[in-house]
Write a protein that binds this ligand. Structure first.
Ligand code: AMP
Length: 174
């Protein structure tokens, strides 16, 4: 199996001092690495019987769209406030400092639909949890969560314990 860690670039002190930013642009630029990542995400999403992908703004969009095409299913976007043109549902969540909000169209998920939610990285898990909450409010089922990177030193497992979470690469220290 391809070791995907080699394709991820860690950028210290971005976007501010003390943050180690895990950059997936180096993965995307490499056709072998990108394909290996999508192959593994596909395997997981298939095993969960995904009927729809939800991708999270903005790096999640890239993985989610390719994955949906592979699976022959639809993809819908969880976006920052004010970007989606139709009726929306929104969910506010805490960040390390302050808060953020994501939105989904109210028709993004059908009742009972099995959804796999896709993002590039899980840190505190707040972003993914907010999207899970919206999917459930719309009557959908979170069949799984698929991310490229797990920051295993952060306590996201508690926040996402109700869900089946798959990731491709772990980083275990700041
Ligand atoms: P969280 O809600 O704390 O799990 O944060 C996850 C979201 O923030 C994802 O959409 C990531 O793209 C982004 N993010 C958080 N921390 C990092 C990091 N150290 N490197 C790159 N992206 C990050």
């Amino acid at each position: 199996m391809e070791d995907l860690k080699q394709y991820i670039r860690a950028v210290p002190d971005f976007p501010k001092p003390g943050i180690n930013f895990y950059d997936i642009t180096t993965l995307l630029q490499d056709p072998v690495g990108f394909k290996a990542a999508i192959d593994r995400m596909e395997e997981f999403a298939r095993s969960k019987g995904a009927e729809k992908i939800i991708s999270i703004e903005s790096r999640g969009f890239i993985f989610g769209a390719v994955l949906a095409d592979r699976l022959g299913i639809g993809v819908t976007m969880a976006r920052k406030p004010g970007k989606l043109p139709y009726k929306t549902i929104s969910e506010k969540y805490d960040l390390e400092y302050g808060s953020a909000t994501l939105e989904l169209h109210t028709d993004a998920v059908r009742p009972g639909e099995r959804v796999v939610i896709v993002d590039d990285l899980i840190a505190t898990g707040g972003t993914l949890r907010a999207v899970c909450n919206m999917v459930e409010k719309l009557g959908g089922r979170v069949a799984g969560i698929s991310a490229v990177i797990d920051l295993s030193f952060l306590p996201w497992r508690e926040k996402l314990q109700a869900y089946d979470v798959d990731y491709l690469v772990s980083f275990d220290s700041e």
